[in-house]
Ligand binder design. Sequence first.
Ligand code: NA7
Length: 545
Amino acid sequence: NSDSNLGELDVLIVGAGFGGIYTLHLLRQLGRSVKLFEAGSGFGGIWYWNCYPGARVDSNVPLYELSIEELWKDWTWTEKFPGWAELREYFYYVDSKLNLKKDIRFDTRVVSAHYDANTDRWDVKAEDGTVARPRFLVLCTGFAAKKYIPPLTGLETFQGVCHHTSAWPQEGVPLEGKRVAVIGTGATGVQVIQELGPTVGHLTVFQRTPNFALPMVQSKLDRDHQQKRKALYPTIYRRRRQTISGYDFNPYPRDLFSVSREERRLFMEDLWSRGGFHFIVSTYQDILSNEDANREAYNFWKEKARERLHDPDVQETLAPTVPPHPFGAKRVCLEQTYYEVYNQSNVELVSLEKNPIAEITSDAIITGDGVRHEVDVIVLATGFDSVTGGITQIDIRGVDGTTIKDKWANGVYTNLGMMTGNFPNMFFLYGPQAPTAFSNGPTCIEVQGDWIAACIKHMLANHLTRIEPTREAEEEWRNLVMNNSSKALFHKAKSWYMGANIPGKPIEQLNFVGGIALYDSLCQSKAAKGYEGFILSSIDKTSVA
Ligand code: NA7
């Protein structure tokens, strides 16, 4: 084999984020040939691409890390909610322990994968000409691998600096004293805005929909204290798999209106003071299903946000009297100084709801009211073709030549959110119809990675060469995913949870919202029943028959 032709492999993994490195480590233990291709020049996945100012994880230490091989013993974080640079360092630390690099090719972006039914192998090609023929293909491309840039008239004529947050230059961008525009106020926009507000000359924020951001309650972490807490980590890691959201906390098993107004107030104050996702995850169990309960939570949130804002117009734009959608129906994010930033004289908030962007010229963003907002830099914090985009952007063709993009054009079909029919031997992790984005990443990844590794082990040990879901199992799984969310309020918002942020994308619940513990048990039980809902076969037996 030449250097760019890896020939036949047992497994090829795509992506060197948490999902990729975890499955690489597990699968290598089978003693078979396993390689990993990564488009970026380094480790980190989402933390490789998203190095914009202020990028930070919304999960607290020690939940956002791998639980295996006692990796946590020799690693110390400096902040409760670590930033992108430290998260990247963590990956290099993991590499130093697990020696991952020797099986990884960086700068190798997979552009196509075609299934060859004659050999039960995938023909995989990368942009640089690298090819491989793995039996099993494991896509660990993440839920936010395909950026979304909206069709803004004249954007291509802008002469200043313009970047999407997930394509931020690795060397950084000089912004001090500059006139900067941020378009978008999702989790990313909020992080960029609070980071840039204090340093840039002028910041103009273009908001279409307000974000109901929650206080992160960030803190520096003391090394000794962290060391002492490590005795609890194995318990914490066991527990995170038994919760709804993969953290170490669960919803409170009471309905909001079942307790007195006073008790509610105290309870919510307590959750608020804890920070992180407690206010949305540890709260009353009916917050995301009962609209009245939801409004109570919103009103509490609104009061808190408004207390921090000086200008009444800004208060109404950021924390409106009537919310545009239920609280939490779009992903809420964590903030530190987001609201205070708007009290600064160099920060201006433009409501696109009142004044949409009409046009972008060589040096300005012009809104519907005719105002020219002159800027040097445009930051596009406009999100992603989330959950499915990372997979469908690759030219993946199944047994009959159909692309995965075509298969999912009118809706996603999978079994267990890990495989799809007509695309045998292809697994995806942290993708559609799995707890993706409704769970802490590493927790979900370990649950799915364990299942995939066990499945591949089973296939190899039994000389099976092909596994593929049945259509019935896919229909059943889709119904389960939809039914699980039918009582929830997610369908009342135009969010990426529902594919609604991308024009033309089918509107459907893209994530399994039943929780990690239930998901894990459903996956385990199908495996225990001999991979129920999947057809397993061997090419040798097929040819004999
Ligand atoms: P999001 O959450 O999809 O946010 C994208 C933002 O961009 C959001 O505020 C959008 O407004 C805005 N947007 C999108 N299109 C336009 C147009 N055409 N004009 C103006 N504004 C627009 O992406 P993020 O990167 O913030 O976060 C993604 C996930 O990564 C996050 O949830 C975490 O899980 C990590 P809209 O709300 O649609 O009105």
